[in-house]
Design a protein around this ligand. Structure first.
Ligand code: GLU
Length: 357
């Protein structure tokens, strides 16, 4: 039996109840489903939200939830152990151990750290332990926090080489319109391209306490699709949601098909995980060389630079009209950019063409 991996993300509105406390019954049913699909040969990583909401239920005493990030991040530190405790108990009911892995954007940006996180997740799987991942909200720098776990889940799916990403939420999937405003709204069962209709449908969707909403789910699905991963957005409270999502049960959830050409793990890391430190604006000739001839970006093709970046850091590459055309790891620091002898600014092995994705 070949092992395939799935990352299943459960949103705040699904893991918490009306009082903000952890919805233990939902966690138990997810644990049952995880065990079920593990028996079918799936390796499963859970990404959970709900720390902030559960934390505020503990310390807020009915007061309105804070809106400033400093207090929200502090509150996550209260809720995270409550959330983990509930996951631990839910999985204990099915005789399965869990491990907590908290990740912040910087863990994805540093390649060494990224590979290290992958090693830990692999080792947990080998031990038969289900990793329960959340963003490290308490310490992550507000400026660069993910803020929503949809993107985090897509990055984790990419990290573990998953074939599927399942986003369990409080809707049936991606609908043609907001059902509270339009009773004729219907489920979009399959998405093959991220076109205007799909973006419009996502814009119409709203969600309560979770921070993501449909737009961030779509961004996650898009990222996953470029990494060759199938995404399913499905209702968390449905019976056996995870097995149905993996089986592709007709009429259940919205499935986003992966693109046929999968980016290599390293290129998807460059495209999605690592944060850009600056911008290289290139001329028309360089743009042609990149997009039509598969060349590296030479320093002479760079018209101007902005930002402060070191050698090996990521930069956005912008065309003459200001459009972002690529992302890559630069060979020359911003400081030395105008006076070094290095000919190549970004080698094509370190470059991802974003318009071709
Ligand atoms: N990391 C946040 C939490 O656990 C959730 C972010 C989200 O809503 O996706 O509270």
């Amino acid at each position: 039996m070949t092992t395939r991996s799935v990352v299943v993300k459960v949103g705040t509105t699904s893991v918490t109840d009306d009082t903000g406390g952890v919805a233990y019954g939902v966690l138990v049913s997810i644990a049952l489903d995880v065990v079920d699909v593990r028996e079918q040969g799936w390796n499963v990583v859970v990404v959970t939200s709900g720390a902030i909401t559960a934390g505020w239920a503990e310390v807020g005493r009915g007061r309105p939830r804070p809106t400033d990030s400093v207090r929200l991040q502090a509150v996550s530190a209260v809720g995270q152990p409550l959330l983990m405790h509930a996951w631990r108990n839910a999985f204990a009911e099915v005789d399965t151990a869990v491990g907590q892995v908290l990740l912040a954007p910087l863990d994805f940006s540093h390649r060494g750290q990224y590979l290290h996180a992958r090693g830990t997740l692999e080792a947990l799987a080998n031990l038969g332990v289900v990793p329960i991942v959340n963003e490290n909200d308490a310490v992550a720098d507000e400026e660069i926090r993910f803020g929503d776990n949809d993107r985090l889940a897509a990055l984790v799916a990419n990290l573990v080489g998953a074939s599927h990403l399942v986003l369990l939420t409080d809707t049936d999937g991606l609908l043609t319109a907001d059902p509270r405003l339009d009773p004729t709204a219907t489920l979009i069962e399959e998405v093959t391209a991220f076109d205007a209709d799909v973006l419009e449908a996502a814009g119409a969707s709203r969600s309560g306490v979770g921070s993501g909403g449909m737009a961030s789910k779509l961004a996650a699905a898009r990222m996953a699709s470029w990494s060759g991963i199938t995404t399913v957005i499905a209702p968390a409270r449905a019976h056996h949601a995870l097995p149905h999502a993996l089986a592709g049960t007709a009429g259940f959830g919205t499935t986003f098909l992966p693109r046929p050409e999968r980016l290599s793990a390293r290129k998807s890391w460059i495209a999605f995980a690592v944060a850009s430190r600056g911008t290289l604006r290139i001329n028309e000739g360089a743009l042609q060389a990149l997009e039509h001839h598969g060349r590296s970006l030479l320093r002479v093709g760079v018209h101007s630079i902005s930002g402060t970046f070191g050698e090996g850091e990521a930069v956005d590459i912008v065309g003459p009209e200001g459009q972002t055309v690529a992302k890559g790891l630069v060979r020359v620091s911003s400081e030395a950019f105008n006076d070094g002898d290095e000919v190549v600014a970004v080698h094509r092995d370190d470059l991802v063409l974003l318009r071709k994705l």
